[in-house]
Design a protein around this ligand. Structure first.
Ligand SMILES: Cc1cc2nc3c(=O)[nH]c(=O)nc-3n(C[C@H](O)[C@H](O)[C@H](O)COP(=O)(O)OP(=O)(O)OC[C@H]3O[C@@H](n4cnc5c(N)ncnc54)[C@H](O)[C@@H]3O)c2cc1C
Length: 381
């Protein structure tokens, strides 16, 4: 038994956790099979999540958000991870933080309350078929034409793509400038938008409940007022700044998943018998679980430190990169070991550990692949 509790936890957050947990158990869990089959959540799930306070928990109340801190976002991320439910509300929060940080007062008032209510679903579109890690090489363009931008290009692997009514698009506004100065973030309102098309949900290895899509822009016109920020050409630095938040959130999910993997595997090892004894009575099983538990606890202490520093405005990009890199590697090691300890049942998708294994793999790839993060950490040496 461990009496460790995250230093950022308090009574108000405990109550919030309880309501988030109950909501996920009652409203999301029973619908998982259908969501996985249709490769997207039901549209009304977004509004339900909004009404329950799951969306934009760390956005100020004056813009319709929960008025909390990153601790509230961490609670939502942890509860979803522990329940094994994947829902794009993390991306919703990421988009809201772009608007909160760089948007005009008018943009904040127009979009944030609708996002908090789940009436407007957000997506962030950086990756393209020929440019993922190398974001400066994107080809999507936004040409200024009077009071509008005209967007052309395509994006891929976009989370929430099917439901998104608001897409924050990275596009080149200046083809002559150096890569990092050429990019701007432009907010696209997709409803009834001429020239905008969403491909069908992509077939993924895991996270089947989430809609991950290709987006196509063919002479799409948006008001020039939809530029995020006061000047063009700062999109790359905006992305680099906001990726800190995204990487921290992925680290939070990684730790919660690893802890859950250890918990369910310990339970399984106590119940399952082989050679006349419970699996946990084999020294190998105990040692493997002991190693996993130790590693997940190290992860917990690290992420709690990162969360506390982020709330205090002190989390630097390199530490956020370390958290995403190390904690997702740790998550995948632990989950894989736990599959092994389940034997053949660990390979059956009706067992949560098998789904956890499929869902975990992508954590090392998106939001900056772990190799790119090692480069970033390496630059600080
Ligand atoms: C399920 C899912 C959801 C996603 N959601 C979104 C989303 O909502 N929005 C969005 O914009 N994107 C999203 N992505 C895209 C994701 O961020 C990219 O897949 C990721 O950044 C890697 O880019 P890539 O796929 O083009 O791989 P590549 O850049 O082609 O990389 C291929 C391999 O080469 C390695 N590599 C590349 N450059 C270097 C280097 N300099 N040094 C060492 N190794 C290197 C990479 O680490 C990787 O192992 C999502 C992806 C997935 C799978």
């Amino acid at each position: 038994m461990s009496n460790y509790e995250s230093s950022w936890m308090n009574d108000e957050l405990r109550m919030y956790r309880k309501s988030v947990r109950e909501f996920i158990q009652e409203e999301f869990l029973p619908r998982q099979a259908r969501w996985r089959e249709q490769h997207r959540p039901d549209a009304e799930a977004w509004k339900q999540a909004g009404q329950t306070g799951l969306l934009l928990p760390d956005v100020p109340e004056e813009y319709g958000g929960g008025g909390g801190s990153f601790a509230h976002q961490a609670v939502v991320t942890e509860e979803l991870a522990q329940a094994g439910v994947h829902f794009g509300c993390g991306v919703q929060s990421i988009v809201s933080h772009y608007i909160l940080k760089y948007g005009s007062e008018e943009q904040k008032r127009k979009w944030l309350p609708a996002m908090a209510q789940g009436e407007l679903v957000g997506a962030i579109a950086m990756t393209e078929p020929s440019a993922g890690s190398d974001l400066q090489a994107i080809k999507t363009t936004a040409r200024r034409d009077g009071g509008e931008y005209v967007l052309n290009g395509s994006k891929t692997f976009i989370t929430n793509g099917a439901h998104a009514g608001l897409v924050c698009v990275a596009a080149k506004t200046d083809l002559k400038a150096a890569g990092f100065r050429a990019i701007s973030m432009i907010v696209v309102e997709t409803k009834n938008l001429a020239g905008y098309r969403v491909g069908s949900s992509l077939e993924k290895v895991g996270m089947h409940e989430i809609d991950t899509c290709e987006l196509f822009f063919d002479d799409v016109r948006v008001p020039s007022a939809n530029l995020l920020g006061t000047v063009e050409g700062v999109g790359f630095s905006q992305m680099m700044e906001q990726l800190r938040y995204e990487r921290l959130m992925i680290g939070v999910g990684a730790v919660a998943t690893a802890e859950q993997a250890v918990a369910i595997t310990t339970k399984y090892a106590k119940e399952r018998k082989a050679f006349g004894q419970a699996l946990i009575d084999f020294q190998n099983t105990r040692f493997k679980l002991a190693q996993c538990k130790t590693e997940s606890h190290l992860g917990r202490v690290f992420i709690d430190n990162c969360i506390t520093r982020f709330i205090a405005g002190q989390l630097d990009p390199v530490t956020a990169a370390m958290a995403k890199y190390w904690l997702t590697e740790c998550q995948c090691r632990i989950v894989d070991e736990c599959v092994q300890l389940h034997g053949g049942y660990g390979y059956m998708t009706e067992y949560p550990i098998a789904r956890m294994w499929m869902d975990s793999r992508v954590q090392r790839i998106y939001a900056g692949s772990n190799e790119i993060l090692l480069e970033l950490i390496g630059c600080s040496l």
